[in-house]
Ligand binder design. Structure first.
Ligand SMILES: Cc1ncc(COP(=O)(O)O)c(C=O)c1O
Length: 428
């Protein structure tokens, strides 16, 4: 391990109360070698690896407590329902929601955001209204709003970012003059740049305009303490798979008074109270928004993931990743021809985005893979942001509670190798 990495690991251990090296033992994926090397998994923003605790909890649930929920009167059905609703309570506590009635299980953050765009947007938007989303949104919180604006005759307006990918809040005044702002959509942490966005400020501005605030917390909920009552937003979405839980389940939190007034998003079983040939009435919250069989085992797995993360401590995870991002920015700056994107370390979460001058990001990621270093190359589902930065794609290395500084050293060594191999313009 390089000296600098040793020093940073010592600092992290002293300050952050988190022993990443020890935690790695909980993740079976790290027992394997890739291309003959230990895995340096620097792509947790795309999806997090799963600890044995989560895998075991899901297996135990299926082996001892599984059937459909909210239907049967037999003991097994009651047990399954209890475990499923227990997971809902864990989600509530994670984000400090006032009630489990406000926690809707969806398939993913994407589905949660679509739910709000359709179920709230179709009934509340029209000509003369403004739908505002940031220029650095993931497509999941951009395209649904753009499309619902088109359908309803509302106008879609992005909040611009500056060259560092930070929101230009001084543009808000001019935006407000263009119509009646009805919804403001922003992520709490950008998946492409790691920017921590001033969501509380945006929420206050949205409320001054009489608008609702929709927060995409897909990159925030897994990495930092979230308190929806303090954020001041109306809706917040995230996915289980990015917080060490299984795929196939996500969360929409919404204020009960708004969810009460909204029409359902999907129709079918379980979301109804009474159905006749003429009319149907809806079930109570949150079931009105959970049509059909929900992701039962997945929700239980997410509950186990929340237990695991909160056992480590959300503040410790955030501090650990923050220190890794600062270390990565410092080390990456040593690489000749590197271009770094995004804000300085103090305003950034645990990921770094960069390009190597004259070398395609996919070629960079390919060569790093041969070294056992897994990073992401692409537009990160943020094409409007890429257009603003004047690039088609970037490389992104992202960190989590199991990331160790040595992996960042391997990334940097790999980038030197990329430069030696392709830096003479010998790329495809
Ligand atoms: C900021 C952000 N929002 C939304 C999503 C969509 O998450 P999912 O694919 O789990 O629905 C992602 C996934 O990368 C993301 O990073």
């Amino acid at each position: 391990m390089a000296k600098a990495a040793e020093a940073v690991e010592a600092t992290i251990a002293a300050e952050a109360r988190l022993d990443a090296r020890k935690l790695r033992a909980d993740f079976p994926i790290f027992q394997q070698r890739f291309h003959g090397q230990p895995l340096a998994y620097l792509d947790s923003a795309v999806s997090a690896q799963k600890p044995r605790h989560v895998l075991d909890a899901q297996r135990e649930f299926y082996e001892t407590s599984y059937t459909n929920v909210h239907r049967g009167v037999y003991l097994l059905a009651e047990r399954a329902t209890e475990r499923f609703e227990g997971a809902r309570e864990k989600v509530r506590a994670l984000i400090n929601a006032a009630s489990t009635r406000e926690i809707v299980f969806t398939r993913s953050a994407t589905e949660a955001l679509n739910l709000v765009a359709y179920a709230w947007g179709l009934d509340n938007l029209g000509p003369g209204d403004l739908v505002v989303a940031t220029e650095l949104e993931h497509h999941s919180n951009f395209v649904p709003w753009q499309q619902i604006a088109k359908r309803t005759g509302a106008t879609f307006r992005p909040i611009p970012v500056d060259g560092r990918g930070e929101l230009q809040l001084d543009a808000l005044e001019a935006i407000a003059k263009q119509g009646s702002v009805k919804v403001v959509a922003s992520n709490l942490v950008s998946n492409a740049l790691g920017t921590i966005n001033p969501v509380e400020t945006l929420a206050a501005w949205a409320h001054e305009q009489g608008a609702i605030m929709v927060v995409d917390a897909a990159q925030a909920a897994p990495h930092r303490r979230i308190d929806v009552q303090r954020l001041g937003c109306e809706f917040l979405a995230f996915s289980s798979h990015k917080l060490c839980g299984p795929t196939g389940v996500g969360v929409l939190w919404g204020r009960a008074e708004l969810l009460e007034r909204m029409s359902p998003f999907n129709f079918g079983g379980e979301m109804i109270r009474k159905v006749t040939v003429e009319e149907t009435s809806w079930n109570d919250l949150p079931y009105k928004f959970e049509a059909g069989t929900p992701p039962i085992g997945e929700a239980v797995g997410m509950g186990a993931a929340i237990d695991y993360l909160t056992g480590v401590g959300m503040a410790a995870i955030e501090e650990h990743e923050h220190a890794l991002a600062a270390y990565a920015l410092e080390r990456l700056a040593e690489v000749p021809g590197i271009v770094l994107y995004g804000p300085p370390a103090d305003r950034r979460a645990g990921l770094v985005s960069f390009n190597m001058q004259g070398i395609h990001p996919h070629d960079v990621a390919q060569i790093l893979d041969w070294e056992g270093v897994a990073i992401r190359a692409g537009h990160h589902c943020c094409q409007p942001l890429m257009a603003r930065l004047g690039v088609a794609a970037t490389n992104r290395a992202s960190f989590y509670l199991y990331t160790i500084p040595e992996e960042i050293d391997r990334l940097v060594e790999g980038l030197h190798k990329v430069r030696r191999t392709l830096g003479n313009g010998n790329f495809r």
